[in-house]
Design a protein around this ligand. Structure first.
Ligand code: ATP
Ligand code: MG
Length: 499
């Protein structure tokens, strides 16, 4: 999904852009501007019949060079800002390559979501070249070059980490479990390629000779639609468990298979995700679920045991065959989200989180009713805290989204009560639309009274003021019989009732 789409999220609701820029301090947290307006946005790139042409230059072990004209990367498909950065680095005497999704997506005929650049210039040197540059990230130091709402990420070539005792803690640090706490050792382009995650993400387009370089067999893997992790999968997942989430995300987005070696250890290592900071995981979930392939990604997450560590509370209410209301509801919500994103409509992560947690919330409220004898609506209010407290332990949902989540949940109680001024008041609520859409989804799962309520609100939204009044009157008519003030029952004599 585009940054713009998240920014304009649902009906003036708060958006994720602020979080994205605040937490853009490491390679994976970075939520860059999404689809760029490339110069010829819609230029369809034909997927080359053979990704690896016959007469490619073999540079050595597994290294290929595709000359200009032998590959589909051309400047019409690269954003103007990315080109500016590439040229400035090059003219200043540095090496400058487009790398990652920007190259990969052009090869498979998709529009790149963003453009990433790799260079031998070190962060401080990059900063000197661009007045609009800020350096971010401790774990993974990066330069962000800002062009209004657009941002180009520039990374210095990473090198291999040396033995622990020789390590400089400022540049390289690893936990006992093998997780990289600092990844700021610089190296050559070949080493940089080996530090990347998947082979298809390690293709480099050189601005100097306009050739594409493949150091890890990425072109062949693009051809066979394989997501192959560079190096030993267990070590690479231990270094950074988020790579497991990236595997399923790319598999869904690119319609590629995770290679058997990269797939095998995931289930066993999935729990390592619990050690990832909750703020980084929030950003990751945006990439996982709000990329237009949310449903497919979610199914893969479940299949590989990656959903449970991120959503432990939700998982309790799901079942193996996905037939629980909780499972169905999440699927419908993701299907809607994908549809909206692919139609260029606005979305908010709050809506999705509200849906994920809805059935756990209802169950928690019922537990509170039973345990403490509260009435349902008080119990529901407290259960909202329970559900959000539990979820935010693993995923730090920013406060402005949790407040929208609560609004959506509150509206579920308000929308069925429409008499008098209530409908008008609910309709004026800032989050009415999100609340109504949510109700509509619930009706799809639960049926019953919710279907009538949803239809009523559908009519209400299309009617003018007079029509709305009569809808409310009609509502009162059948119910009127029930609500008409009853004649007070004659009190039984005290002695009788006490008996
Ligand atoms: P997208 O289309 O989502 O932007 P991308 O592959 O460009 O996909 P980014 O998160 O933009 O992903 O990262 C850019 C590149 O940086 C990746 O292609 C990969 O080469 C490298 N990279 C990113 N995250 C990691 C990681 N956790 N471990 C190793 N390499 C990574
Ligand atoms: Mg990218």
């Amino acid at each position: 999904m585009s940054r713009k789409q998240i920014d304009q999220a649902s009906d003036g609701q708060e958006t994720t852009s602020e979080t994205a820029s605040k937490t853009r301090n490491d390679r994976d947290v970075a939520s860059k501007k999404a689809p760029h307006e490339t110069r010829s946005n819609k230029a369809a790139v034909a997927v080359p019949a053979s990704v690896v042409p016959q007469n490619t230059q073999n540079l050595g072990l597994n290294e290929l060079k595709l000359e200009k004209g032998q590959h589909p990367v051309n400047h019409n498909l690269i954003s103007e800002n990315a080109l500016k950065v590439l040229y400035r680095l090059h003219k200043s005497g540095y090496q400058a390559y487009l790398v990652g999704g920007g190259v990969r997506d052009i090869f498979i005929g998709q529009e790149p979501k963003d453009f990433d650049i790799a260079t031998n210039a070190e962060p401080e040197q990059i900063k000197k070249l661009f007045h609009n540059c800020r350096l971010v990230g401790r774990r993974f130091r990066l330069a962000h070059i800002l062009f209004g709402r657009d941002m180009i990420e520039v990374a210095t070539f990473r090198g291999h980490h040396v033995e622990e005792k020789e390590q400089n803690q400022q540049t390289s640090k690893q936990s006992d479990g093998g997780m990289l706490l600092r990844d700021n050792v610089y190296g050559t382009i070949n080493e940089d390629a080996e530090r990347r995650d998947f082979t298809v993400n390690a293709l480099y387009y050189n601005i100097a000779d306009r050739a594409v370089y493949d150091f890890t067999g990425g072109l062949a893997d693009l051809q066979s639609k394989q997501l192959r992790l560079i190096g030993d999968p267990v070590t690479r997942y231990r270094e950074d468990p988020v790579r497991m989430l990236r595997a399923v995300r790319f598999s869904a987005k690119l319609d590629m298979q995770i290679s058997p070696e990269a797939k095998a250890p995931i289930k066993q290592l999935a729990n390592l995700l619990q050690s990832i900071p909750a703020a980084r995981l929030f950003e990751e979930t945006l990439k996982l679920f709000l990329n237009g392939h949310g449903l497919a990604t979610y199914k893969l997450m479940k299949e590989h045991g990656l959903f449970q560590p991120l959503f432990p509370l939700v998982s309790k209410y799901q079942n193996e065959d996905g037939s629980s209301n909780c499972d169905k509801f999440i699927e419908i919500a993701l299907e809607n989200t994908d549809r909206r994103i692919n139609a260029g409509k606005r979305v908010t992560p709050a809506y999705l989180y509200a849906a994920m947690l809805w059935y756990p919330l209802e169950a928690l409220a019922e537990e509170r009713v039973i345990d403490s004898g509260l009435n349902y609506s008080d119990a529901l209010l407290l259960a909202m805290n329970d559900a959000l407290d539990s979820q935010t332990k693993s995923i730090a949902i920013p406060r402005r989204f949790t407040s929208t989540i609560r609004d959506i949940w509150h509206l579920q109680g308000r929308l069925p009560r429409r008499q008098g001024k209530r409908a008008e008041k609910a309709f004026e609520h800032l989050k009415f639309r999100a609340g109504f859409d949510f109700l509509e989804m619930r009706a799809e799962i639960q049926g019953g009274d919710l279907v009538e309520v949803t239809q009523w609100w559908r009519d209400y939204q299309t009617e003018n003021a007079t029509g709305r009044q009569s809808l409310i009157k009609e509502l009162n008519a059948p119910a009127g019989k029930k609500t008409r003030p009853r004649r007070a029952k004659k009190k039984k004599p005290a002695s009788e009732s006490d008996a």
